[in-house]
Design a protein around this ligand. Structure first.
Ligand SMILES: C[S@@+](CC[C@H](N)C(=O)[O-])C[C@H]1O[C@@H](n2cnc3c(N)ncnc32)[C@H](O)[C@@H]1O
Length: 234
């Protein structure tokens, strides 16, 4: 017992030394993990640059037209122009251009400079349409919040470790009650597992209005199957 009422000094016994050693190791592992995520992110980006760099290359999943679920969402009134619309991971810009044609003021964002250059040249004559080269996993100011956000195949190609960064942007970019459409490929996982993952990721900020299973865009590759979410920002 101490007369001053202060805690007695803790001796640096073996348990404290082991604790300190473990903490230092874990910190180093954390640094390493972040470095690996950064390296993978740069590798993924280089892959997308190569994918979009050759216009003669036509990846089997590419639809050089608006995607049917986007067209359907305008037709059935889930997405109602006018307003501001954002296409996340817009590639060469067909969804963005079509949304602009329906009357939305559209921004298409993609981190591939090649994709953005092709989108700009393909749709140079379109009004209400802007393409921005930016990484959706880094803080990026895209102006006033959007009433509509579309992600057709971007989130599912992003490493899980970077999802929180994507989410922070999504929340900054979407207006209250904004509509969010997400096409998410399962890559061989069960659809139940994918749905639970996406719901857990976004449930506190987005209400899931509808989820539909979608078949593989390329029938011989079952991994093309996935889910189509319609959500609304809370
Ligand atoms: C499967 S493609 C889909 C392209 C387009 N949305 C479509 O429907 O055809 C995925 C796109 O996401 C882009 N992308 C992936 N990670 C990204 C990131 N962190 N920031 C911005 N774009 C990204 C890629 O460059 C690529 O154009």
């Amino acid at each position: 017992m101490t007369l001053t009422g202060e805690d007695p000094p803790r001796s640096a016994g073996p348990i404290h030394r082991i604790e300190g050693w473990l903490r230092a190791r874990l910190a180093r592992i954390g640094v390493l993990k972040r470095a690996v995520v950064g390296l993978r992110h740069r590798r993924d980006r280089r892959r997308w640059e190569r994918e979009w760099g050759d216009p003669a290359k036509r990846p089997p999943w590419l639809v050089e037209d608006v995607r049917e679920p986007v067209r359907a969402a305008v037709a059935d009134g889930f997405l109602v122009p006018p307003g501001r619309a954002l296409d996340i991971g817009c590639g060469i810009g067909h969804n963005a251009a079509w949304l602009a044609w329906t009357g939305f003021d559209v921004v298409g964002v993609d981190y591939s400079q090649q994709a953005i250059a092709r989108a700009r040249s393909l749709f140079a004559d379109r009004e209400r349409l802007d393409f921005v080269a930016a990484d959706v996993c880094r803080p990026t100011d895209l102006g006033p919040p959007f009433d509509v956000v579309v992600d057709n195949g971007c989130l599912h190609v992003i490493q899980r470790e970077l999802w929180p960064a994507y989410r922070a942007n999504l929340l900054a970019w979407s207006a209250p009650h904004a509509c969010f459409m997400l096409r998410f490929r399962s890559f061989g996982k069960s659809l139940e597992e994918c749905e639970a993952g996406v719901r857990a990721f976004l449930a506190d900020s987005f209400e899931v209005v509808q989820v539909d299973a979608i078949s593989a865009a390329v029938p011989q590759r079952a991994t093309g199957a996935g889910l189509l979410f319609r959500m609304r920002r809370r």
